[in-house]
Every structure is written in C-alpha cells, then in structure tokens.
Design a protein around this ligand. Structure first.
Ligand code: 13P
Length: 255
C-alpha cells in the first residue's frame, strides 16, 4: 500500500447549515488558513450557498462542491437539482449517497447508483458515501454491507471514470454523535473498500482511489486517523463549520 499514489482530500460537508452571507464569511475566514495545504481542500455547501461560496473561494485553493444531485438532466422533479446544472455553474464535486440522504430521504443503493452515473456523465467528481449502521456493526456485517453499497453504487462506472470517484467511509453510528471509529476500525473498512475496487477494476485503480473517513473527525482525532495507510482524507461535518478546526485537520493531512 502506498499513500503517495493517491490524493489526500479534506472535504467539509456543511449539511443544512449556513445562509449565503454566513457561507461567504466562513469561506473567507478559511481561505487564508488553508492556503499552504498540501492536500485538496473542498467545501460542500447547500445549493443556495454555491454561487457565493464560489465567489468567496476565488483565488484560493478551496474548491466548492454540492451535497447531492438528481439523476435526470432536467424535467418535472420539483425541488431537485441536476448534475448538469451544477456543472453549468462551474461546480466540480458532489457528495452522493450520504447516510442522511439514505436515512431521511429514501435514498437506496439503486438511486445512489443512478445519481453517480448522472454526475459522472455531467463531468463532475463524486464523493460517494458508504457505511454501516450501529446494528449492522453489532451483527458483524460491516464488511458485507460496505462491499455491497460500494458495488451497487459503482455499477456501470468504468475504470477510467474511477479517477473521478472518491469514496467516503462513514459509519452511521459515528456521524454527529461524537463517537469516532478508532483509527484501526477506519483503516480496516477503508481497506475492505479498496479491496472491492481492486476486484471490480484492478490493483492500480484501487491504489489510485482516494478513500476518506467521515464520522466525528475533528482537530483532536484527525492526526491519528489520517496516519493510517488506507485513510486518504476526511469528510467532515461539524468541524468543517469552524474555520480553525477545519484548517487544523487540513494541516494534519498536509504532513
Ligand atoms: P460529523 O463530522 O458531524 O460527524 O459528520 C460527518 C459527516 O456526515 C460528513 O459527511
């Protein structure tokens, strides 16, 4: 395993937080703090904040992403935003399959796959989230679950397109709970996901794919989590809303 073969990516997932004015202020506060980053830095923000966040990030090394997209290009889908629309406004990244979408909005492995396909077709890079529930970990089916979520989500995705897929392993029991997977648990499951990619594609593709950990990652635990060979970055919720904390995580990822 060689971490040097892939990009380290620290991405914030702001979830349903920050008005446009607040988004502008937060990006402006973060930009000088992360300017020396030796990793990719992304902020995934609510749809209404995208334009203002892009403006605030101009000239900095912060890239702006969205938190979801629909699978159709356009049509009668009230309340949805298409990948094509995101691309048209210059957005590069989109989170797909976050557990909150799966838990609260009926997202399934099949719809996750459709959204992944649409995002790739539109030219976006996908941050694909997978991860087990607490009960699933207790039942000992974490590996099977994460393998299946990854496989279904990647159906129809080519080896070439894998360069535009980032995977985030986010154990649901660790999201927003203050509970973090231990560094060894995170490393183990990120490794299992890497094995699936090797089976589906090749060792080269698996070695080149960035696999992040997400779930209560913060400035106090990031250093240990990021030291693991299979953990290539983080998808950060709560701590991404505080500029100094997010910058600290970026600093650890840059070492
Ligand atoms: P927290 O960092 O708030 O636990 O959220 C993690 C997450 O869901 C990132 O997508």
């Amino acid at each position: 395993m060689n971490k040097a073969t892939r990009k380290t990516i620290i991405a914030g997932n702001w979830k349903m937080n920050k008005t446009p004015d607040e988004a502008k202020a937060l990006i402006s506060e973060m930009a000088p703090l992360v300017k020396d980053a030796d990793c990719d830095v992304i902020a995934c923000v609510p749809f209404v904040d995208l334009a203002v966040a892009q403006q605030a990030a101009e000239g900095s090394n912060i890239k702006i992403g969205a938190e979801n997209c629909h699978w159709e290009v356009s049509g009668a889908y009230t309340g949805e935003i298409s990948a094509t629309m995101l691309k048209a406004m210059g957005i590069e990244y989109v989170i797909i399959g976050h557990s909150e979408r799966r838990q609260y909005f009926g997202e399934t492995d099949v719809t996750v796959n459709k959204r992944v396909r649409a995002a790739l077709d539109a030219g976006l890079t996908v941050i694909l989230c997978v991860g087990e529930l607490k009960e699933e970990r207790e039942q000992g089916i974490t590996a099977e679950l994460c393998r299946m979520q990854t496989k279904v989500a990647l159906q129809g995705v080519t080896a070439e397109e894998m360069s535009r897929i980032v995977i985030a392993y986010e154990p649901v029991w660790a999201i927003g709970t203050g509970l973090t997977a231990t560094a060894d648990q995170a490393d183990e499951v990120c490794g299992i996901i890497r094995d699936v990619i090797a089976e589906l594609y090749s060792t080269e593709v698996a070695e080149a794919t960035t696999i992040q950990y997400g779930g209560s990652m913060n400035d106090a635990n990031a250093e240990e989590l990021l030291s693991k060979v299979n953990v290539d970055g983080g998808l950060i919720g709560g701590a991404s809303l505080v500029a100094e904390k997010f910058a600290k995580i970026v600093e650890f990822a840059s070492k």
